[in-house]
Design a protein around this ligand. Structure first.
Ligand code: OGA
Ligand code: NI
Length: 313
């Protein structure tokens, strides 16, 4: 199964293997937009360092972390914590730090932890490496669709990137909550590094499939704007994080997404002349507004931007 066996990206540089690696990526993108990659070129030491600064931050006393607390009304940035147990619809069980990293003008360093000392420098190096990786993946994905290598990058406009450090502490009643409830990512492409199992992707018949933690691998998932740009050829799958009663799980999630004033349209090359586009044009801001207005419970948000609806599930 595509999510179980990581794709070895080193094969992209080997003439004999490149077409098979590209085909594996294409297959995963068509199936559910979820796959894992190894030998992706990001140094293991940098990955380990990011995990280390993340762990050290979350291990600090609450009052030291609250110095970086976000002001949710103004911006989803900074430190936050939400632990909810309920018998009704499961909610959150997580602590997090969210930071905008690109464009540079959007770096609000007042939210960036000053402790541990190497936090900022590590985040800067890590997110720069992950931006390169995102561009490399997007060029393979574009070419797999018969588009020019820079197609999706250009279709998303000015580069926007943020990183979220997620921390899911042990939970006494894991059945009464979720680390993160089911959602699809709203932007373009997400690259996640996890420590411990808990990430699940929607599978057939309303079941969930575990995305196992592979050492030194990244989980890649396509988000809603790529589903629209590819006119539904590639999917943005629902996923969620579950928690457990005996160990803390952490993940480090890098999001790459369009600017608010970016117009998103299905690539004309992928639109069937007879059927027409399957999604309507939109400005990314509209998508964020739809998100803020609330997700329909049993529907993916991207479906509310679909036209010729019966074809999109
Ligand atoms: C997210 C996400 C999953 C995880 O941050 O959007 O899906 O395992 N995270 O933390
Ligand atoms: Ni997500």
């Amino acid at each position: 199964m595509a999510t179980l066996k990581p794709i070895d990206l080193s094969g992209l540089d080997d003439e004999r293997l490149a077409s098979s690696v590209r085909a594996q990526i294409a297959e995963a993108c068509e199936k559910n937009g979820f796959f894992q990659i190894i030998n992706h070129g990001v140094p293991v030491e940098l990955m380990d360092k990011l995990k280390e600064v993340g762990r050290k931050f979350f291990d600090m006393p609450e009052e030291e972390k609250l110095v970086y607390a976000g002001k949710p009304v103004l911006a989803a940035e900074g430190y936050g914590s939400r632990m909810v147990l309920t018998d009704s619809e499961p909610q959150f069980w997580r602590e997090f730090v969210e930071l905008h990293t690109l464009p540079l003008s959007e770096r609000h360093y007042n939210y960036w932890p000053q402790k541990p000392a190497e936090f900022n420098e590590t985040v800067e190096k890590y997110t720069a490496a992950l931006m390169d990786l995102a561009h490399r993946l997007l060029s393979v994905i574009s070419e797999n669709l018969g588009l020019k290598p820079t197609y999706i990058k250009e279709a998303m406009g000015v580069t926007q990137q943020s990183i979220v450090f997620q921390c899911y502490p042990p939970c006494p009643e894991p059945g009464k909550t979720l680390g993160l409830p089911a959602h699809s990512d709203v932007g373009g492409i997400t690259i996640l590094m996890q420590e411990g199992d808990g990430l699940q992707v929607a599978a057939a018949n309303d079941t969930w499939e575990l995305v196992p933690n592979h050492p030194n691998a990244f989980v890649v998932n396509l988000a809603d704007q790529i589903e629209i740009i590819t006119n539904g050829r590639y999917k943005s799958a629902n996923h969620r994080a579950i928690v457990n009663s005996d160990s803390t799980r952490r993940s480090y999630v890098t999001f790459y997404y369009p600017g608010k004033d970016q117009k998103i349209i299905p690539a004309p090359e992928l639109v069937d002349a007879k059927i027409g586009p399957l999604y309507r044009e939109l400005y990314y801001l509209e998508y964020l507004q739809a998100l803020a207005a609330g997700r329909a419970k049993d529907k993916r948000l991207v479906q509310s931007f679909a036209i010729n609806n019966p074809l999109i599930t």
